[in-house]
Design a protein around this ligand. Structure first.
Ligand SMILES: CC(C)(COP(=O)(O)OP(=O)(O)OC[C@H]1O[C@@H](n2cnc3c(N)ncnc32)[C@H](O)[C@@H]1OP(=O)(O)O)[C@@H](O)C(=O)NCCC(=O)NCCS
Length: 236
């Protein structure tokens, strides 16, 4: 499928605009002229879902791969923006002719609490939406039934975890680094000292990104299931 910001209401006027320089470390003032990082708002939810699907196959488009295009965001995006919207940040590509976003970072500050909350508040609706039919359960559906998979061995040292996705048009411009930097600051302000992530081993571009930012492989990491961590006071 052709990927375009048009898929999330991208407007042509924005195309010709200048990106902030890589060196710009912070949140760009809200002047409507360039992509900027800002806190998530409830009205961003549908676009977050769309971006998650468009990047949900190890960084590539997951449209049509699963029983529903909502499946990947129902596991990796929705619970985060609903439970902890204050730890979600987006890259806003709005202009005077349209409002949209083209990337996001979502997180939980406390993976243990998140797992409990997911099991009690989310799993019943997930099970109703994705019933386990007799026979083999698709791997992605199964992930939604197994929140305890998030309890990595280092969860107490690195209690927060994240998911980050940018549409292809916005990749490689420094927004990923800025989103991680923004999240680390938000976590540090809440007294959270460590952040981790799990990822698909096949997503080698993302792995290069995390390595570049200074994430380190945690003890429980395996070649098939990388687990990376970073302190929230790290300079990225
Ligand atoms: C992975 C992702 C979040 C990175 O964000 P990004 O905005 O593209 O990355 P940045 O431009 O901020 O790059 C930050 C640093 O990482 C490096 N980097 C990023 N991608 C890289 C790659 N594929 N190979 C080598 N280095 C890379 C950049 O060179 C940059 O280093 P520099 O500042 O010293 O030049 C983004 O590309 C993305 O969303 N990809 C698709 C979805 C995905 O895979 N999500 C992660 C799932 S685990």
């Amino acid at each position: 499928m052709f990927l375009s910001l048009r898929d999330v209401s991208y407007d042509n006027a924005w195309k010709s605009r200048t990106f902030p320089p890589r060196a710009d470390p912070g949140i760009t003032p809200d002047n409507g002229t360039m992509p900027q990082i800002r806190p998530y708002r409830p009205e961003d939810r549908a676009a977050v879902y769309r971006i998650c699907t468009l990047t949900g196959d190890g960084g590539n488009d997951a449209t049509g791969l699963h029983v529903s295009d909502d499946l990947v965001p129902d596991i990796f995006a929705g619970p985060y923006v609903d439970f902890e919207p204050e730890l979600a940040f987006v890259v806003d590509t709005s202009s005077d002719t349209g409002t949209t976003i083209a990337g996001y970072i979502v997180a939980t500050a406390d993976t243990r609490a998140f797992v409990e909350r997911y099991r009690s508040q989310r799993l019943p609706a997930f099970a109703a939406k994705y019933p386990r039919e007799p026979g083999p359960v698709p791997e992605m559906v199964d992930l939604g039934y197994q929140p305890e998979r998030m309890l990595v061995a280092e969860v107490d040292e690195y209690p927060a975890h994240l998911h980050i996705d940018l549409l292809p048009e916005l990749q490689g411009m420094g927004f990923g680094r800025q989103l991680v930097r923004t999240l680390l600051a938000a976590l540090a302000a809440r007294g959270i000292r460590g952040l981790h992530l799990t990822m698909a081993a096949s997503n080698t571009p993302a792995r290069a990104f995390y390595d570049r930012l200074g994430f380190v492989e945690l003890r429980s990491s395996t070649p098939d299931a990388p687990v990376l961590g970073i302190r929230t006071d790290a300079a990225v």
